[in-house]
Design a protein around this ligand. Structure first.
Ligand SMILES: [Zn+2]
Length: 569
């Protein structure tokens, strides 16, 4: 089959050189003449700076864009002639533009059916020539821009992605190139080639990698306490110190605290700090198990013990042998299971449900609860003897409200973790967002913070900040914050300054007192950093120090003047 080109005089007429105006035109598109050696230098630079894969992608996309432009001529020129003649505008323009001599070898297509098959021979490809000039004879085909053009032109013409590949390339030492094109789905390795046409930011990838490296680094470096615990507040330190002291012993530990304070994380950290860290850590949430299965879950079951026990299996105690077992929400254990648990703790051995033999086990028990066990004992829902057995070494984990100084470091470490997890580059928290986190009441504690930060990472724009509306999407604009009549931090009615002044006057405090309180508030907000506090107040550091000193002097005088109460606090 020989395919003959129709005359290309119509295409040649499109090309206009206008040296007087410094422009070359093809129809209404501006063109430019470039040295192939300049393009070869660009190619060499791309290859050495970003590597062959990314260089190939960029050059393919450049050719693709050029093919798309030329496909527009195919739509409007040669009306009334055969579709094949319209299609051949592409190869003919490619020749006119100096890409290569293009000879059609096979060409069949059916636009409504989406079918395409094409084979072309390229002689004198400028790209193979330029590539060879820089790199000599190479192993892999190198006419990426030209292939991009063929794919772009044909895809626009067909209305679906047509992938062209080189089966022979002059850059590899052949005397010509040969290309084959078909719909990308019909190539066995088509999907792997899709990356060359897609939008793909190398910079973004590198930034995400950087984030992942940082997240990994922070999980490796013991700068924050082990076991993913983050915190520097006094309340946190206190609980952490208690834990550090007991970790190396075998003592049963009872973790108390509100829901979501991180009892499981604490017990993991306890396990990691203990001599059992190489052993298993097993956690059971007693409230999540149906009460009829709880004994089988904890102690294991022998085959045939009850309907449905088709096979023998071990319980959590056995699985935790040599390690640590966390019984979370231990206050929810049914009384029958409590009796059995007590026996296990007293004797150090378990018996599977429906079994006759006992097994020795070596487990360090950590129990956790968010209810008051004393109260559960009084209400008859919890055995007193078991409570004493568990309550050997209680550690109360503070609520997030009691450790506000930890909110920012916790939020930052979660941000790093979730950015890496969701492959999202987030620049940080906006000022108002951080303020909102600091002021929130945190009924759900660390877990709630975690949920909010994860949502924030997902909702924030790529490369942008997490703003208030990403954290609290359903909340109206937060009102400004200030001191209320009791000197407590509170949200003020947004009615404005008049309202604030009225409230201060109604509080009956003197201007001196208001100023002293405002200074203290700024120092607290700046976490004791006086320069920062001064900046918040619009003062210099010296001015702030002077004012603080005069307030303290007055307070001391007032103290000295006042008769001391007996036992006054
Ligand atoms: Zn080639």
């Amino acid at each position: 089959m020989t395919l003959k080109y129709p005359p290309d005089s119509d295409l040649r007429r499109l090309l206009r050189f206008e040296p007087d105006s410094g422009a070359i035109w093809m129809g209404d598109r501006r063109m430019v003449l470039m040295h192939t050696m300049a393009l070869a230098a660009l190619r060499q630079d791309l290859l050495s700076s970003i590597g062959p894969e990314h260089a190939r992608r960029i050059l393919t996309r450049m050719g693709y864009a050029s093919g798309l432009c030329d496909a527009e001529y195919a739509k409007k020129m040669r009306p009334g002639e055969s579709l094949k003649d319209s299609f051949l505008i592409g190869p003919q323009l490619h020749m006119l533009e100096g890409a290569a001599r293009v000879t059609p070898v096979k060409l069949t297509f059916d636009i409504p059916a989406g079918q395409f098959y094409g084979e072309f021979r390229w002689d004198h490809s400028w790209e193979a020539y330029a590539h060879q000039q820089k790199f000599g004879v190479v192993v892999e085909a190198a006419c990426w821009t030209l292939l991009g053009y063929a794919s772009g032109y044909t895809s626009a013409f067909m209305g679906r992605l047509i992938l062209f590949k080189e089966t022979i390339c002059a850059a590899c030492g052949a005397d010509h190139c040969h290309i084959v094109g078909r719909p990308i789905e019909q190539w066995p390795d088509g999907e792997a080639h899709r990356v060359y046409f897609g939008d793909d930011s190398l910079v973004e990838k590198m930034e995400i990698l950087q984030l992942q490296v940082e997240a990994l680094k922070s999980s490796l470096e013991p700068t924050v306490p082990v076991g993913r615990l983050v915190g520097a507040s006094d309340a946190f330190r206190k609980a952490y110190t208690l834990m550090g002291k007991v970790a190396q012993t075998q003592v049963t530990v009872l973790l108390t605290g509100e829901t979501g304070v991180g009892k499981e994380r604490f017990s993991r950290a306890l396990h990691e700090l203990s001599a059992r860290s190489a052993g298993p850590f097993v956690a059971v949430n007693c409230a999540a198990l149906p009460s009829e299965l709880i004994e089988a879950e904890l102690f294991g079951v022998e085959k045939g013990a009850y309907t449905g026990a088709h096979a023998s299996r071990s319980g959590r105690f056995e699985r935790a042998d040599g390690g640590t077992l966390l019984l979370d929400e231990v206050g929810e254990l049914p009384l029958a299971a409590q009796a059995k648990l007590l026996r296990v703790l007293q004797e150090g051995e378990i018996e599977r449900v429906g079994g006759e033999t006992t097994r020795k086990i070596d487990v360090r028990l950590v129990a956790a609860t968010n209810i008051d066990l004393e109260e559960a004992v009084r209400a008859g829902r919890f055995r007193r003897d078991l409570m004493y057995r568990l309550n050997v070494y209680p550690i109360c984990i503070p609520s997030l409200r009691e450790r506000r100084a930890d909110i920012e470091p916790l939020a930052q470490s979660m941000l790093a973790r979730f950015s890496a997890l969701h492959h999202k580059r987030v620049a940080g928290f906006g000022e108002r967002a951080m303020q909102a986190l600091q002021q929130h009441d945190w009924p759900g504690n660390v877990r709630e913070l975690e949920n909010l930060v994860e949502r924030g990472v997902i909702l924030a724009n790529q490369g942008g900040m997490i703003e208030v509306e990403h954290l609290f999407p359903n909340q109206p604009e937060t009102a400004p914050t200030g001191l209320d009549a009791h000197g407590q931090l509170a949200q003020l009615p947004s009615a404005g300054d008049d309202e604030l002044c009225a409230r201060i006057l109604e509080s009956g405090r003197s201007l001196q007192e208001v100023e002293a309180q405002l200074l203290d508030f700024a120092v607290t907000r700046a976490r004791g950093n006086l320069s920062e506090a001064a900046r918040l107040l619009g003062l210099t550091r010296a001015q702030l120090a002077y004012r603080q000193k005069s307030h303290h002097a007055k307070a001391d005088r007032a103290d000295a003047d006042r008769p001391h109460d007996l036992g006054g606090v």
